[in-house]
Write a protein of this length. Sequence first.
Lengths: 540, 102
Amino acid sequence: MGLSELAFNFLTTVWGRLQILWSEPARQLTHWGWEHQAYYLLFPEISLLVGVAVILLVDVFLGRKAFNIIIWIAIVALFSNFLMTLHLMYMTSRFFSYGLGLWWGQLETIDPYALFFKQLMDWGDILLLLVLFRYPLIKRFRSEFIILILSATIAFDLMVGSSDLLAIYVMTEFGSIMLYLLAAFHKDKLKSLEGGLKYFITGAASSAAMLFGISYIYGIVGSTNIYEIKIRMMSIYPDHPLVLFAMVLIIVGVGYKIGVAPFHLWAPDAYEGAPTPATAFISVFPKMAGFAVLMRIYLVAFAPVAQVWLPLFVIMAILTMFVGNIMALTQTSFKRLMAYSGIAQMGYVLIGVICAGLAGPNEAATSNGFWAAMYYLLIYMFMNLGAFIIGMMNEVSGGSDHLDTFNGFHQRSPFLSFFMTICLLALTGIPPTAGFIAKFVIFVSAVDYITRYPAMFLLVLMAIINTVIAVYYYVGIIKRIYLLKPLRTELARPFTPIFFQRVAVLVPALASLVLGIFYIDAPMNYVKGAWFMTYYTTIA
Amino acid sequence: MTDVPMFYYTTLAALLFSIGAVGVIVKRNPILIFMSIELMLNAVNLSFITYSRYLHFLEGQVYAFLLITVAAAEVAVGLAIIVALFRSKREVDVDAASLMKE
Protein backbone atom coordinates (compact mmCIF):
# COMPACT_ATOMS: atom_id res chain seq x y z
CA MET A 1 0.00 0.00 0.00
CA GLY A 2 1.48 3.31 -1.05
CA LEU A 3 1.91 6.26 1.19
CA SER A 4 -0.61 8.35 -0.70
CA GLU A 5 -3.20 5.59 -0.45
CA LEU A 6 -2.56 5.28 3.28
CA ALA A 7 -2.94 8.99 3.73
CA PHE A 8 -6.13 8.95 1.67
CA ASN A 9 -7.60 6.11 3.75
CA PHE A 10 -6.69 7.91 6.94
CA LEU A 11 -8.23 11.18 5.79
CA THR A 12 -11.46 9.55 4.61
CA THR A 13 -11.79 7.76 7.94
CA VAL A 14 -11.26 10.97 9.86
CA TRP A 15 -13.70 12.77 7.60
CA GLY A 16 -16.26 10.01 8.13
CA ARG A 17 -15.94 10.28 11.89
CA LEU A 18 -16.23 14.05 11.72
CA GLN A 19 -19.33 13.75 9.60
CA ILE A 20 -20.94 11.48 12.15
CA LEU A 21 -20.03 13.93 14.87
CA TRP A 22 -21.24 17.00 13.03
CA SER A 23 -24.14 15.92 10.89
CA GLU A 24 -25.98 13.75 13.37
CA PRO A 25 -25.44 15.43 16.69
CA ALA A 26 -28.90 14.57 17.92
CA ARG A 27 -28.26 10.84 17.58
CA GLN A 28 -24.80 11.14 19.06
CA LEU A 29 -26.09 13.12 21.96
CA THR A 30 -28.84 10.72 22.90
CA HIS A 31 -26.10 8.14 22.95
CA TRP A 32 -23.88 10.28 25.18
CA GLY A 33 -26.63 11.25 27.51
CA TRP A 34 -27.94 14.35 29.12
CA GLU A 35 -24.81 15.72 30.78
CA HIS A 36 -22.71 15.49 27.64
CA GLN A 37 -25.37 17.28 25.75
CA ALA A 38 -24.95 20.29 27.99
CA TYR A 39 -21.17 20.28 27.48
CA TYR A 40 -21.68 20.00 23.77
CA LEU A 41 -23.56 23.28 23.83
CA LEU A 42 -20.62 24.92 25.62
CA PHE A 43 -18.10 23.96 22.94
CA PRO A 44 -17.81 27.50 21.52
CA GLU A 45 -16.53 28.78 24.86
CA ILE A 46 -14.51 25.65 25.57
CA SER A 47 -12.63 26.05 22.30
CA LEU A 48 -11.60 29.56 23.32
CA LEU A 49 -10.55 28.31 26.74
CA VAL A 50 -8.40 25.61 25.16
CA GLY A 51 -6.91 28.29 22.93
CA VAL A 52 -5.96 30.35 25.99
CA ALA A 53 -4.36 27.31 27.66
CA VAL A 54 -2.37 26.42 24.54
CA ILE A 55 -1.18 30.01 24.18
CA LEU A 56 0.04 29.99 27.78
CA LEU A 57 2.02 26.80 27.14
CA VAL A 58 3.45 28.03 23.84
CA ASP A 59 4.44 31.27 25.49
CA VAL A 60 6.34 29.38 28.19
CA PHE A 61 8.10 26.94 25.87
CA LEU A 62 8.74 28.93 22.71
CA GLY A 63 9.18 32.34 24.29
CA ARG A 64 8.64 35.74 22.77
CA LYS A 65 9.83 34.73 19.31
CA ALA A 66 6.66 32.76 18.75
CA PHE A 67 4.30 35.71 18.68
CA ASN A 68 3.00 34.94 15.18
CA ILE A 69 2.29 31.34 16.21
CA ILE A 70 0.37 32.66 19.20
CA ILE A 71 -1.80 34.83 17.00
CA TRP A 72 -2.46 31.89 14.71
CA ILE A 73 -3.51 29.75 17.69
CA ALA A 74 -5.87 32.51 18.80
CA ILE A 75 -7.32 32.77 15.30
CA VAL A 76 -7.79 28.99 15.11
CA ALA A 77 -9.54 29.03 18.51
CA LEU A 78 -11.81 31.85 17.36
CA PHE A 79 -12.48 30.11 14.09
CA SER A 80 -13.48 26.87 15.81
CA ASN A 81 -15.67 28.97 18.08
CA PHE A 82 -17.17 30.43 14.91
CA LEU A 83 -17.78 26.97 13.37
CA MET A 84 -19.39 25.65 16.56
CA THR A 85 -21.56 28.73 16.83
CA LEU A 86 -22.57 28.32 13.20
CA HIS A 87 -23.43 24.70 13.90
CA LEU A 88 -25.51 25.65 16.92
CA MET A 89 -27.21 28.34 14.87
CA TYR A 90 -28.23 25.69 12.39
CA MET A 91 -29.44 23.42 15.18
CA THR A 92 -31.43 26.14 16.91
CA SER A 93 -33.06 27.57 13.81
CA ARG A 94 -36.80 27.57 13.88
CA PHE A 95 -37.05 24.46 11.74
CA PHE A 96 -34.96 22.35 14.04
CA SER A 97 -35.03 23.72 17.55
CA TYR A 98 -32.51 21.34 19.02
CA GLY A 99 -30.61 22.57 22.08
CA LEU A 100 -32.67 25.71 22.29
CA GLY A 101 -33.55 26.78 25.78
CA LEU A 102 -32.18 27.23 29.26
CA TRP A 103 -29.22 25.20 30.45
CA TRP A 104 -27.01 24.70 33.48
CA GLY A 105 -29.48 25.42 36.20
CA GLN A 106 -31.25 27.96 33.95
CA LEU A 107 -28.20 30.22 34.09
CA GLU A 108 -27.45 30.25 30.38
CA THR A 109 -29.65 30.30 27.32
CA ILE A 110 -28.82 28.86 23.95
CA ASP A 111 -30.90 30.85 21.52
CA PRO A 112 -30.33 32.59 18.19
CA TYR A 113 -30.21 35.95 19.91
CA ALA A 114 -27.14 34.90 21.90
CA LEU A 115 -25.57 33.04 18.98
CA PHE A 116 -25.93 36.12 16.75
CA PHE A 117 -23.81 38.17 19.15
CA LYS A 118 -21.32 35.32 19.68
CA GLN A 119 -20.72 35.21 15.94
CA LEU A 120 -20.28 38.97 15.64
CA MET A 121 -17.66 38.86 18.38
CA ASP A 122 -15.75 36.12 16.57
CA TRP A 123 -15.57 38.10 13.35
CA GLY A 124 -14.51 41.25 15.14
CA ASP A 125 -11.87 39.48 17.22
CA ILE A 126 -10.32 37.80 14.21
CA LEU A 127 -10.14 41.15 12.37
CA LEU A 128 -8.48 42.76 15.37
CA LEU A 129 -5.95 39.94 15.73
CA LEU A 130 -4.98 40.16 12.05
CA VAL A 131 -3.71 43.68 12.63
CA LEU A 132 -1.54 42.56 15.54
CA PHE A 133 0.72 40.48 13.26
CA ARG A 134 2.84 43.55 12.84
CA TYR A 135 1.97 46.08 15.47
CA PRO A 136 5.10 47.55 17.00
CA LEU A 137 3.47 49.70 19.67
CA ILE A 138 2.97 46.82 22.09
CA LYS A 139 6.45 45.47 22.66
CA ARG A 140 6.23 43.63 25.97
CA PHE A 141 3.63 41.15 27.20
CA ARG A 142 2.23 40.69 23.71
CA SER A 143 1.01 37.15 24.36
CA GLU A 144 -0.69 38.29 27.56
CA PHE A 145 -2.51 40.84 25.48
CA ILE A 146 -3.91 38.09 23.24
CA ILE A 147 -4.85 36.02 26.30
CA LEU A 148 -6.73 38.95 27.82
CA ILE A 149 -8.61 39.54 24.58
CA LEU A 150 -9.57 35.87 24.30
CA SER A 151 -10.66 35.67 27.95
CA ALA A 152 -12.77 38.77 27.56
CA THR A 153 -14.37 37.14 24.52
CA ILE A 154 -15.23 34.06 26.59
CA ALA A 155 -16.82 36.34 29.16
CA PHE A 156 -18.85 38.24 26.57
CA ASP A 157 -19.91 35.00 24.87
CA LEU A 158 -21.33 33.73 28.14
CA MET A 159 -22.71 37.16 28.99
CA VAL A 160 -24.92 37.44 25.91
CA GLY A 161 -26.44 34.05 26.72
CA SER A 162 -27.02 34.67 30.42
CA SER A 163 -30.61 34.25 31.48
CA ASP A 164 -30.12 34.81 35.18
CA LEU A 165 -29.32 38.17 36.76
CA LEU A 166 -26.57 36.59 38.84
CA ALA A 167 -24.99 34.94 35.79
CA ILE A 168 -25.19 38.30 34.05
CA TYR A 169 -23.40 39.94 36.96
CA VAL A 170 -20.66 37.31 37.21
CA MET A 171 -19.98 37.29 33.47
CA THR A 172 -20.04 41.09 33.31
CA GLU A 173 -17.49 41.19 36.11
CA PHE A 174 -15.33 38.58 34.38
CA GLY A 175 -15.32 40.61 31.19
CA SER A 176 -14.81 43.91 33.00
CA ILE A 177 -11.80 42.64 34.96
CA MET A 178 -10.17 41.70 31.65
CA LEU A 179 -11.01 45.15 30.32
CA TYR A 180 -9.50 46.92 33.34
CA LEU A 181 -6.29 45.03 32.69
CA LEU A 182 -6.41 45.88 28.99
CA ALA A 183 -6.96 49.57 29.78
CA ALA A 184 -4.05 49.64 32.23
CA PHE A 185 -1.90 47.52 29.94
CA HIS A 186 1.10 49.85 29.53
CA LYS A 187 2.02 49.56 33.17
CA ASP A 188 4.96 51.96 32.86
CA LYS A 189 2.89 54.70 31.21
CA LEU A 190 1.06 56.97 33.59
CA LYS A 191 -1.77 57.71 31.18
CA SER A 192 -2.61 54.06 30.76
CA LEU A 193 -2.59 53.43 34.52
CA GLU A 194 -4.70 56.50 35.11
CA GLY A 195 -7.26 55.40 32.53
CA GLY A 196 -7.29 51.92 34.01
CA LEU A 197 -7.75 53.21 37.54
CA LYS A 198 -10.64 55.46 36.54
CA TYR A 199 -12.22 52.65 34.57
CA PHE A 200 -11.81 50.29 37.51
CA ILE A 201 -13.17 52.55 40.24
CA THR A 202 -16.26 53.64 38.34
CA GLY A 203 -16.77 50.11 37.07
CA ALA A 204 -16.60 48.48 40.47
CA ALA A 205 -18.92 51.07 42.01
CA SER A 206 -21.49 50.73 39.22
CA SER A 207 -21.40 46.92 39.41
CA ALA A 208 -22.10 47.21 43.13
CA ALA A 209 -25.05 49.44 42.31
CA MET A 210 -26.31 46.93 39.78
CA LEU A 211 -26.04 44.17 42.37
CA PHE A 212 -28.01 46.20 44.88
CA GLY A 213 -30.72 46.54 42.24
CA ILE A 214 -30.60 42.80 41.62
CA SER A 215 -30.99 42.11 45.34
CA TYR A 216 -34.11 44.31 45.37
CA ILE A 217 -35.52 42.49 42.37
CA TYR A 218 -34.83 39.24 44.22
CA GLY A 219 -36.64 40.63 47.23
CA ILE A 220 -39.62 41.85 45.21
CA VAL A 221 -40.25 38.83 42.99
CA GLY A 222 -38.28 36.07 44.76
CA SER A 223 -36.24 34.93 41.79
CA THR A 224 -33.27 36.06 39.69
CA ASN A 225 -34.14 34.12 36.57
CA ILE A 226 -35.05 36.44 33.69
CA TYR A 227 -38.05 34.44 32.51
CA GLU A 228 -39.32 33.81 36.05
CA ILE A 229 -39.08 37.52 36.76
CA LYS A 230 -41.10 38.25 33.64
CA ILE A 231 -43.94 35.98 34.76
CA ARG A 232 -43.99 37.39 38.28
CA MET A 233 -43.62 40.99 37.13
CA MET A 234 -46.98 40.65 35.38
CA SER A 235 -48.76 40.40 38.71
CA ILE A 236 -46.95 43.03 40.80
CA TYR A 237 -47.95 46.59 41.46
CA PRO A 238 -45.60 48.48 39.12
CA ASP A 239 -45.88 51.88 40.77
CA HIS A 240 -44.13 50.71 43.90
CA PRO A 241 -41.08 52.96 44.42
CA LEU A 242 -38.82 49.98 45.02
CA VAL A 243 -39.43 48.70 41.49
CA LEU A 244 -38.32 52.02 40.05
CA PHE A 245 -35.37 52.12 42.45
CA ALA A 246 -34.20 48.63 41.49
CA MET A 247 -34.49 49.43 37.79
CA VAL A 248 -32.52 52.65 38.12
CA LEU A 249 -29.76 50.79 39.94
CA ILE A 250 -29.60 48.10 37.26
CA ILE A 251 -29.46 50.78 34.54
CA VAL A 252 -26.46 52.28 36.36
CA GLY A 253 -24.60 48.99 36.13
CA VAL A 254 -25.48 48.05 32.58
CA GLY A 255 -25.42 51.62 31.26
CA TYR A 256 -21.89 51.99 32.53
CA LYS A 257 -20.79 48.93 30.54
CA ILE A 258 -22.23 50.33 27.32
CA GLY A 259 -21.20 53.91 28.09
CA VAL A 260 -24.48 55.82 27.85
CA ALA A 261 -24.67 59.39 28.95
CA PRO A 262 -24.80 59.88 32.68
CA PHE A 263 -22.38 56.96 33.10
CA HIS A 264 -19.97 57.70 30.26
CA LEU A 265 -17.32 59.68 32.13
CA TRP A 266 -14.79 56.84 32.25
CA ALA A 267 -14.85 56.35 28.49
CA PRO A 268 -12.60 59.10 27.08
CA ASP A 269 -9.84 58.62 29.65
CA ALA A 270 -9.81 54.84 29.48
CA TYR A 271 -9.84 55.04 25.69
CA GLU A 272 -7.01 57.51 25.50
CA GLY A 273 -4.76 55.73 27.97
CA ALA A 274 -5.20 52.20 26.70
CA PRO A 275 -3.08 50.82 23.85
CA THR A 276 -5.00 51.40 20.62
CA PRO A 277 -5.89 47.72 19.91
CA ALA A 278 -7.28 47.53 23.44
CA THR A 279 -9.23 50.73 22.78
CA ALA A 280 -10.67 49.19 19.63
CA PHE A 281 -11.69 46.17 21.70
CA ILE A 282 -13.20 48.26 24.50
CA SER A 283 -15.08 50.44 22.03
CA VAL A 284 -16.95 47.57 20.37
CA PHE A 285 -17.26 44.31 22.26
CA PRO A 286 -18.40 45.34 25.77
CA LYS A 287 -20.94 47.62 24.14
CA MET A 288 -22.37 44.80 22.07
CA ALA A 289 -22.43 42.37 24.99
CA GLY A 290 -23.82 45.08 27.26
CA PHE A 291 -26.63 45.86 24.85
CA ALA A 292 -27.40 42.16 24.45
CA VAL A 293 -27.75 41.92 28.22
CA LEU A 294 -29.65 45.20 28.47
CA MET A 295 -32.20 44.03 25.91
CA ARG A 296 -32.55 40.66 27.58
CA ILE A 297 -33.14 42.25 30.98
CA TYR A 298 -35.42 45.06 29.94
CA LEU A 299 -37.28 43.48 27.01
CA VAL A 300 -37.93 40.16 28.74
CA ALA A 301 -37.76 40.48 32.50
CA PHE A 302 -38.92 44.07 32.91
CA ALA A 303 -41.10 44.28 29.80
CA PRO A 304 -44.35 43.97 31.81
CA VAL A 305 -43.46 47.13 33.73
CA ALA A 306 -42.13 49.05 30.72
CA GLN A 307 -43.95 52.21 31.76
CA VAL A 308 -41.53 52.50 34.69
CA TRP A 309 -38.28 52.40 32.76
CA LEU A 310 -39.24 53.85 29.37
CA PRO A 311 -39.13 57.53 30.48
CA LEU A 312 -35.65 56.95 31.95
CA PHE A 313 -34.49 55.44 28.68
CA VAL A 314 -35.88 58.35 26.65
CA ILE A 315 -33.99 60.84 28.82
CA MET A 316 -30.86 58.71 28.63
CA ALA A 317 -31.03 58.41 24.84
CA ILE A 318 -31.39 62.17 24.31
CA LEU A 319 -28.65 62.96 26.82
CA THR A 320 -26.34 60.32 25.34
CA MET A 321 -26.64 61.63 21.80
CA PHE A 322 -26.12 65.26 22.77
CA VAL A 323 -23.26 64.70 25.20
CA GLY A 324 -21.43 62.38 22.82
CA ASN A 325 -21.75 64.57 19.77
CA ILE A 326 -21.13 67.94 21.40
CA MET A 327 -18.10 66.77 23.34
CA ALA A 328 -16.68 65.13 20.21
CA LEU A 329 -16.65 68.46 18.37
CA THR A 330 -13.66 69.89 20.22
CA GLN A 331 -11.47 66.78 20.57
CA THR A 332 -7.95 66.72 19.17
CA SER A 333 -7.11 63.08 19.94
CA PHE A 334 -8.44 60.43 17.59
CA LYS A 335 -9.12 58.00 20.41
CA ARG A 336 -10.99 60.57 22.52
CA LEU A 337 -13.00 61.57 19.48
CA MET A 338 -13.93 57.95 18.85
CA ALA A 339 -14.83 57.59 22.53
CA TYR A 340 -17.38 60.39 22.30
CA SER A 341 -18.55 59.23 18.89
CA GLY A 342 -19.10 55.75 20.35
CA ILE A 343 -21.15 57.26 23.16
CA ALA A 344 -23.28 59.15 20.65
CA GLN A 345 -23.80 56.03 18.52
CA MET A 346 -25.14 54.15 21.54
CA GLY A 347 -27.88 56.76 21.85
CA TYR A 348 -29.34 55.65 18.53
CA VAL A 349 -29.35 52.02 19.66
CA LEU A 350 -31.24 53.08 22.78
CA ILE A 351 -34.00 54.47 20.53
CA GLY A 352 -34.40 50.98 19.08
CA VAL A 353 -34.64 49.50 22.57
CA ILE A 354 -37.26 52.11 23.51
CA CYS A 355 -39.35 51.19 20.46
CA ALA A 356 -39.14 47.51 21.34
CA GLY A 357 -40.22 48.37 24.89
CA LEU A 358 -43.19 50.31 23.56
CA ALA A 359 -44.27 47.28 21.55
CA GLY A 360 -45.29 45.52 24.76
CA PRO A 361 -44.01 42.45 26.61
CA ASN A 362 -45.24 39.84 24.15
CA GLU A 363 -44.33 41.66 20.95
CA ALA A 364 -40.93 43.05 21.97
CA ALA A 365 -38.95 40.17 20.46
CA THR A 366 -40.67 40.50 17.10
CA SER A 367 -40.88 44.28 16.96
CA ASN A 368 -39.06 46.46 14.47
CA GLY A 369 -37.27 48.34 17.22
CA PHE A 370 -35.68 45.18 18.57
CA TRP A 371 -34.39 44.27 15.14
CA ALA A 372 -33.27 47.83 14.43
CA ALA A 373 -31.17 47.90 17.60
CA MET A 374 -29.51 44.59 16.73
CA TYR A 375 -28.89 45.66 13.15
CA TYR A 376 -27.38 48.90 14.35
CA LEU A 377 -25.01 47.00 16.63
CA LEU A 378 -23.96 44.75 13.73
CA ILE A 379 -23.20 47.73 11.49
CA TYR A 380 -21.61 49.64 14.36
CA MET A 381 -19.17 46.80 14.93
CA PHE A 382 -18.01 46.88 11.33
CA MET A 383 -17.75 50.62 10.86
CA ASN A 384 -16.22 51.39 14.24
CA LEU A 385 -13.75 48.53 14.03
CA GLY A 386 -12.77 49.58 10.51
CA ALA A 387 -12.17 53.17 11.59
CA PHE A 388 -10.18 52.00 14.61
CA ILE A 389 -8.02 49.57 12.64
CA ILE A 390 -7.10 52.32 10.19
CA GLY A 391 -6.54 54.66 13.14
CA MET A 392 -4.14 52.07 14.57
CA MET A 393 -2.15 52.04 11.36
CA ASN A 394 -2.16 55.81 11.26
CA GLU A 395 -0.76 55.80 14.76
CA VAL A 396 1.97 53.35 13.75
CA SER A 397 3.02 55.38 10.72
CA GLY A 398 2.27 58.86 12.04
CA GLY A 399 3.70 58.54 15.56
CA SER A 400 0.70 59.56 17.69
CA ASP A 401 -3.07 59.46 17.82
CA HIS A 402 -3.41 63.23 17.49
CA LEU A 403 -5.82 64.23 14.75
CA ASP A 404 -3.06 66.27 13.09
CA THR A 405 -1.36 63.05 12.06
CA PHE A 406 -4.29 62.50 9.70
CA ASN A 407 -3.31 65.62 7.73
CA GLY A 408 -2.40 64.52 4.22
CA PHE A 409 -2.95 60.88 5.12
CA HIS A 410 -3.76 60.12 1.48
CA GLN A 411 -0.14 60.85 0.51
CA ARG A 412 0.98 58.23 3.00
CA SER A 413 -1.52 55.58 2.04
CA PRO A 414 -4.27 56.16 -0.55
CA PHE A 415 -5.60 52.66 0.19
CA LEU A 416 -6.16 53.29 3.90
CA SER A 417 -7.47 56.81 3.24
CA PHE A 418 -10.15 55.54 0.89
CA PHE A 419 -11.46 52.94 3.33
CA MET A 420 -11.20 55.36 6.24
CA THR A 421 -13.48 57.65 4.26
CA ILE A 422 -16.00 54.84 3.79
CA CYS A 423 -15.97 53.98 7.50
CA LEU A 424 -16.34 57.62 8.54
CA LEU A 425 -19.18 58.20 6.08
CA ALA A 426 -20.86 55.09 7.46
CA LEU A 427 -20.47 56.40 11.01
CA THR A 428 -22.02 59.68 9.86
CA GLY A 429 -24.89 57.92 8.13
CA ILE A 430 -24.46 59.09 4.53
CA PRO A 431 -26.77 57.18 2.12
CA PRO A 432 -24.80 54.60 0.12
CA THR A 433 -23.23 53.20 3.30
CA ALA A 434 -24.59 50.77 5.87
CA GLY A 435 -24.62 53.46 8.56
CA PHE A 436 -27.49 55.11 6.71
CA ILE A 437 -29.57 51.93 6.61
CA ALA A 438 -28.87 51.31 10.28
CA LYS A 439 -30.04 54.80 11.26
CA PHE A 440 -32.93 54.52 8.83
CA VAL A 441 -34.37 51.36 10.39
CA ILE A 442 -34.02 52.94 13.84
CA PHE A 443 -35.90 56.08 12.76
CA VAL A 444 -38.58 54.09 10.93
CA SER A 445 -39.27 51.95 13.97
CA ALA A 446 -39.54 55.13 16.06
CA VAL A 447 -41.81 56.91 13.58
CA ASP A 448 -44.31 54.04 13.89
CA TYR A 449 -45.10 55.20 17.43
CA ILE A 450 -45.37 58.94 16.83
CA THR A 451 -49.16 58.98 16.56
CA ARG A 452 -49.61 57.04 19.79
CA TYR A 453 -46.79 58.57 21.80
CA PRO A 454 -46.04 62.22 20.85
CA ALA A 455 -42.83 62.11 22.91
CA MET A 456 -41.37 59.85 20.22
CA PHE A 457 -41.54 62.77 17.80
CA LEU A 458 -39.20 64.71 20.08
CA LEU A 459 -36.87 61.73 20.27
CA VAL A 460 -36.69 61.32 16.49
CA LEU A 461 -36.17 65.07 16.07
CA MET A 462 -33.30 65.02 18.55
CA ALA A 463 -31.74 62.03 16.80
CA ILE A 464 -31.90 63.79 13.42
CA ILE A 465 -30.38 66.98 14.87
CA ASN A 466 -27.57 64.85 16.29
CA THR A 467 -26.92 63.16 12.98
CA VAL A 468 -26.31 66.61 11.56
CA ILE A 469 -23.97 67.61 14.41
CA ALA A 470 -21.98 64.41 13.90
CA VAL A 471 -21.24 65.31 10.28
CA TYR A 472 -18.93 68.08 11.48
CA TYR A 473 -16.34 65.96 13.23
CA TYR A 474 -16.47 62.89 11.01
CA VAL A 475 -16.14 64.90 7.82
CA GLY A 476 -13.49 66.98 9.60
CA ILE A 477 -11.24 63.91 9.58
CA ILE A 478 -11.95 63.33 5.88
CA LYS A 479 -11.01 66.96 5.27
CA ARG A 480 -7.73 66.45 7.09
CA ILE A 481 -7.00 63.31 5.08
CA TYR A 482 -7.56 64.80 1.64
CA LEU A 483 -7.31 68.59 1.81
CA LEU A 484 -4.69 69.48 4.42
CA LYS A 485 -0.95 69.18 3.97
CA PRO A 486 1.13 66.83 6.15
CA LEU A 487 2.62 68.51 9.23
CA ARG A 488 6.13 67.29 8.55
CA THR A 489 7.67 65.97 5.36
CA GLU A 490 8.36 62.53 6.83
CA LEU A 491 4.62 62.14 7.40
CA ALA A 492 4.17 62.07 3.61
CA ARG A 493 6.43 59.04 3.25
CA PRO A 494 4.41 56.11 1.82
CA PHE A 495 3.25 53.47 4.29
CA THR A 496 2.33 50.01 3.01
CA PRO A 497 0.26 47.78 5.32
CA ILE A 498 1.01 44.05 5.21
CA PHE A 499 -1.43 41.60 3.63
CA PHE A 500 -3.25 40.68 6.84
CA GLN A 501 -3.69 44.32 7.73
CA ARG A 502 -5.16 44.96 4.30
CA VAL A 503 -7.64 42.15 4.91
CA ALA A 504 -8.50 43.54 8.33
CA VAL A 505 -9.22 46.91 6.71
CA LEU A 506 -11.06 45.60 3.67
CA VAL A 507 -13.55 43.34 5.46
CA PRO A 508 -15.14 45.88 7.84
CA ALA A 509 -14.97 48.74 5.34
CA LEU A 510 -16.55 46.74 2.54
CA ALA A 511 -19.13 45.33 4.95
CA SER A 512 -20.14 48.84 5.97
CA LEU A 513 -20.49 49.71 2.27
CA VAL A 514 -22.12 46.55 0.91
CA LEU A 515 -24.64 46.14 3.75
CA GLY A 516 -25.81 49.62 2.85
CA ILE A 517 -26.43 48.74 -0.79
CA PHE A 518 -28.03 45.34 -0.13
CA TYR A 519 -30.29 45.27 2.89
CA ILE A 520 -30.02 41.77 4.31
CA ASP A 521 -32.85 40.55 6.51
CA ALA A 522 -31.99 36.86 6.69
CA PRO A 523 -30.44 37.16 10.17
CA MET A 524 -33.51 39.14 11.16
CA ASN A 525 -35.88 36.30 10.34
CA TYR A 526 -33.62 33.85 12.07
CA VAL A 527 -33.31 35.84 15.27
CA LYS A 528 -36.95 36.88 15.37
CA GLY A 529 -38.33 33.43 14.82
CA ALA A 530 -36.38 31.56 17.35
CA TRP A 531 -36.08 34.00 20.21
CA PHE A 532 -39.82 34.11 20.09
CA MET A 533 -39.87 30.34 20.46
CA THR A 534 -37.57 30.18 23.46
CA TYR A 535 -39.73 32.72 25.07
CA TYR A 536 -42.93 30.74 24.65
CA THR A 537 -41.51 27.37 25.60
CA THR A 538 -40.31 28.97 28.80
CA ILE A 539 -43.66 30.49 29.60
CA ALA A 540 -45.33 27.13 29.05
CA MET B 1 -35.51 35.11 65.18
CA THR B 2 -38.33 36.53 63.16
CA ASP B 3 -38.97 39.02 65.94
CA VAL B 4 -36.68 41.51 64.24
CA PRO B 5 -38.68 43.01 61.37
CA MET B 6 -37.25 42.77 57.87
CA PHE B 7 -37.45 46.53 57.63
CA TYR B 8 -34.52 46.88 60.05
CA TYR B 9 -32.23 44.77 57.94
CA THR B 10 -33.13 46.39 54.64
CA THR B 11 -32.72 49.83 56.17
CA LEU B 12 -29.29 48.87 57.48
CA ALA B 13 -28.34 47.54 54.06
CA ALA B 14 -29.53 50.71 52.36
CA LEU B 15 -27.61 52.82 54.88
CA LEU B 16 -24.42 50.82 54.39
CA PHE B 17 -24.80 51.11 50.64
CA SER B 18 -25.31 54.87 50.84
CA ILE B 19 -22.27 55.28 53.08
CA GLY B 20 -20.23 53.28 50.62
CA ALA B 21 -21.50 55.26 47.64
CA VAL B 22 -20.74 58.57 49.35
CA GLY B 23 -17.30 57.24 50.26
CA VAL B 24 -16.56 56.43 46.62
CA ILE B 25 -17.45 59.98 45.64
CA VAL B 26 -15.77 61.82 48.51
CA LYS B 27 -12.56 59.90 49.26
CA ARG B 28 -9.32 60.85 47.49
CA ASN B 29 -7.26 57.77 48.30
CA PRO B 30 -7.88 54.77 46.02
CA ILE B 31 -7.45 52.34 48.92
CA LEU B 32 -10.23 54.07 50.83
CA ILE B 33 -12.34 54.07 47.67
CA PHE B 34 -11.90 50.30 47.51
CA MET B 35 -12.98 50.01 51.11
CA SER B 36 -16.10 51.96 50.25
CA ILE B 37 -16.79 49.67 47.30
CA GLU B 38 -16.41 46.69 49.61
CA LEU B 39 -18.91 48.33 51.93
CA MET B 40 -21.36 48.62 49.03
CA LEU B 41 -20.87 44.96 48.14
CA ASN B 42 -21.38 43.89 51.73
CA ALA B 43 -24.58 45.89 51.86
CA VAL B 44 -25.68 43.87 48.84
CA ASN B 45 -24.78 40.65 50.64
CA LEU B 46 -26.77 41.69 53.69
CA SER B 47 -29.72 42.56 51.50
CA PHE B 48 -29.57 39.20 49.71
CA ILE B 49 -29.37 37.26 52.96
CA THR B 50 -32.25 39.23 54.45
CA TYR B 51 -34.53 38.50 51.52
CA SER B 52 -33.38 34.89 51.50
CA ARG B 53 -34.29 34.59 55.19
CA TYR B 54 -37.69 36.18 54.88
CA LEU B 55 -38.69 34.64 51.54
CA HIS B 56 -37.53 31.20 52.75
CA PHE B 57 -35.41 30.63 49.63
CA LEU B 58 -31.88 29.47 50.27
CA GLU B 59 -30.60 30.81 46.91
CA GLY B 60 -29.89 34.23 48.35
CA GLN B 61 -27.33 32.89 50.80
CA VAL B 62 -25.52 31.08 48.00
CA TYR B 63 -25.45 34.34 46.06
CA ALA B 64 -23.73 36.00 49.01
CA PHE B 65 -20.85 33.51 48.82
CA LEU B 66 -20.63 33.98 45.08
CA LEU B 67 -20.42 37.75 45.47
CA ILE B 68 -17.68 37.55 48.08
CA THR B 69 -15.58 35.52 45.65
CA VAL B 70 -16.16 37.84 42.72
CA ALA B 71 -15.42 40.89 44.86
CA ALA B 72 -12.11 39.35 45.94
CA ALA B 73 -11.07 38.81 42.32
CA GLU B 74 -12.06 42.36 41.46
CA VAL B 75 -10.07 43.92 44.29
CA ALA B 76 -6.99 41.85 43.38
CA VAL B 77 -6.94 43.50 39.97
CA GLY B 78 -7.65 46.94 41.41
CA LEU B 79 -4.81 46.70 43.92
CA ALA B 80 -2.46 45.60 41.15
CA ILE B 81 -3.32 48.76 39.22
CA ILE B 82 -2.76 50.90 42.33
CA VAL B 83 0.61 49.27 43.02
CA ALA B 84 1.70 49.92 39.45
CA LEU B 85 0.55 53.54 39.78
CA PHE B 86 2.44 53.92 43.06
CA ARG B 87 5.62 52.52 41.51
CA SER B 88 5.68 55.06 38.72
CA LYS B 89 4.36 58.04 40.65
CA ARG B 90 5.45 57.41 44.27
CA GLU B 91 2.13 58.54 45.63
CA VAL B 92 -1.41 57.24 45.63
CA ASP B 93 -4.02 59.88 45.20
CA VAL B 94 -6.78 60.15 42.67
CA ASP B 95 -6.13 63.87 42.26
CA ALA B 96 -2.58 63.07 41.19
CA ALA B 97 -3.97 60.88 38.44
CA SER B 98 -5.27 63.75 36.32
CA LEU B 99 -3.10 63.84 33.24
CA MET B 100 -6.05 63.64 30.91
CA LYS B 101 -8.60 66.41 31.04
CA GLU B 102 -10.88 68.02 28.56
